[in-house]
Design a protein around this ligand. Structure first.
Ligand SMILES: Nc1ncnc2c1ncn2[C@@H]1O[C@H](COP(=O)(O)OP(=O)(O)O)[C@@H](O)[C@H]1O
Ligand SMILES: O=P(O)(O)OC[C@H]1O[C@](O)(COP(=O)(O)O)[C@@H](O)[C@@H]1O
Ligand SMILES: [Mg+2]
Length: 476
């Protein structure tokens, strides 16, 4: 039953140390259930792990958020280092875990599911792991399936998620009722920014009810729009897969006279896939992303640049993120949202294709345009080798954290180290390409595209809420 002394929403756990050290800690079951028994970690007797010197993570280990510092800087924000602890708060036989996948597809979902099941089973001897069918609503409106290492053995070789996924349907109290009724005590939630918001609400409700249930998030999104973490799993695979479409666009455009190869990639609010796919390819002449507004007509505009490239080379490749230029084409049409509340975007690829064709037809300049939309193909593939390893470590970190009694955390990579990040830091904002940073400057210098800043533009939001002067092309 809920303790009457508990506040409705948990406060962030901030621990200060000397030299300006700050630990943004994650909640622990003992924060609201005192005197929980502990058990020795079974890994100490596991032949695979017991030979590793210092396999267990020291209780005080933490990872700095900022690694580039000056000598007089305070030590700054740190996150708790992920990994196995010497003491655990669950007896193997008592664990009843569940796994749910929510939101859009992402390469690696099945690998994470597999490694949670195998990690619980092989490292901690946990036998009861339930798969929730079809995202959050599956907790109360769908079937469930028991998972074991045999069932999940080959799933990492397949795209998608064997559990199914969905948007919408997050009903916190129905979900927590289901968790409570089924006697689930570890909840693994794999999903993007929306999912982690939902996970934070589930954690708060569980805490309010005083239940001994650990809630662990694993961040998923090909958009890479989750803050704090280095990158989300599946992102590398998506960038790699995008190369196939860009190569095709390049081959097509080189083979016809005055030909433009146009590729639309995913990226609703964040243009990371488009940016990295462009940087990787070197065949792209122009990359358009949501964070960097552009315009079509007049000096410095897209049409002028296309004309220049076609006159110089007779071909060009444009990569456009689905969220780019929405302000140019959405003025007359009412915006709608999907079941999760995400804005439904209009097809910028079709719009820009038509606009380019109309413009050059008016100019009486014959062009060819080949439009490739590989968006769903990019996220429906299985994860590549490096994402598979990454998914494994994220899943194992989540398992170690839940077994150690941590809760209300997302398992994430910070500066190359696995950490536990409190939900409040994961859901406070979206990660976006900062067009005043070096990476975007590298892209501009690799494509030679205009910055599309009108001479009058001197202030623009950089996507992180602050305003920066963008009067000149970024060259740092
Ligand atoms: N603010 C929110 N509060 C609670 N649940 C949310 C919230 N935003 C999204 N969700 C739920 O999380 C799930 C996935 O969200 P969605 O935005 O579709 O994908 P993603 O997690 O990949 O960003 C959906 O079931 C949705 O209902
Ligand atoms: O058509 P769907 O399935 O709603 O998915 C489209 C969206 O899903 C994504 O691939 C991923 O978004 P989420 O991580 O929020 O699920 C976006 O890039 C894209 O806008
Ligand atoms: Mg999202």
């Amino acid at each position: 039953m809920a303790s009457p002394a508990l506040p409705e929403i948990s406060k962030p756990k901030i621990v200060d140390g000397p030299g300006g050290y700050v630990l943004e800690d994650v909640p622990h079951l003992t924060d609201y259930i005192p005197d929980l028994p502990t058990y020795p970690n079974l890994l100490q007797d596991n032949p695979a792990y017991s030979v590793v010197k210092q396999y267990f993570v020291h209780v005080d280990d933490s990872v700095p958020q900022k690694v580039v510092v000056h000598k007089d800087d305070p030590k700054g924000i740190h996150f708790r280092r992920a990994g196995a602890r010497q003491k655990v708060y669950f007896h193997s036989d008592d664990v009843h875990a569940c796994i749910v996948t929510c939101g859009g597809l992402c390469p690696g979902l099945n690998t994470v599911v597999r490694e949670i099941v195998c990690g619980l089973h092989h490292m901690y001897g946990v036998k009861k792991v339930l798969g929730i069918d079809g995202g959050y609503k599956g907790f109360y409106a769908k079937n469930t399936v028991y998972l074991n290492p045999k069932v999940v053995n080959d799933i990492h070789k397949r795209g998608g998620t064997i559990l199914g996924t969905s948007r919408g349907g997050h009903d916190t109290s129905k979900i927590v009722d289901s968790i409570q009724d089924r006697g689930i005590n570890q909840v693994y939630i794999i999903g993007g920014d929306g999912t982690q918001r939902g996970a934070a609400l589930i954690f708060e409700e569980i805490r309010r009810r005083g239940l001994k249930v650990s809630v662990a998030g694993i961040p998923k999104t090909i958009d890479n729009d989750i803050p704090v973490i280095d990158k989300s799993f599946g992102f590398d695979t998506a960038v790699e897969e995008a190369q196939r479409a860009i190569n095709a666009a390049h081959v097509e455009s080189e083979s016809f006279e005055n030909c433009i190869g146009l590729v639309k990639l995913m990226g609703r609010y964040s243009g990371f896939i488009a940016m990295y796919a462009t940087l990787a390819s070197r065949d792209v002449d122009c990359c358009l992303i949501p964070e960097s507004p552009f315009y079509l007509e007049g000096p410095g505009g897209l049409f002028e640049y296309i004309e220049k490239r076609l006159k110089e080379d007779e071909h060009m490749v444009i990569v456009i993120a689905e969220g780019a230029g929405q302000e140019l084409l959405s003025q007359s049409i009412q915006s709608t949202t999907d079941a999760s509340g995400n804005k439904l975007l209009q097809d910028v690829g079709l719009w820009i294709s038509q606009s380019i064709k109309d413009h050059f037809s008016k100019q009486k300049m014959p062009i060819n345009l080949k439009y490739i939309d590989p968006t769903y193909m990019i996220r429906a593939v299985p994860s590549n080798a490096s994402d598979n390893v990454y998914c494994t470590l994220l899943a194992q970190s989540a398992v170690h954290g839940a077994m150690a009694g941590y809760t209300g955390f997302t398992s994430g990579l910070v500066n190359g180290r696995h950490t536990y990040i409190p939900f409040n830091r994961i859901i406070e904002k979206q990660n976006k390409v900062v067009i005043t940073d070096r990476m975007w400057a590298r892209l501009l210098s690799s494509t030679n595209q205009p910055s599309f800043l009108r001479p009058s533009t001197n202030l623009l939001s950089n996507g992180n809420g602050s305003q920066k002067s963008l009067d000149k092309k970024v060259t740092h």
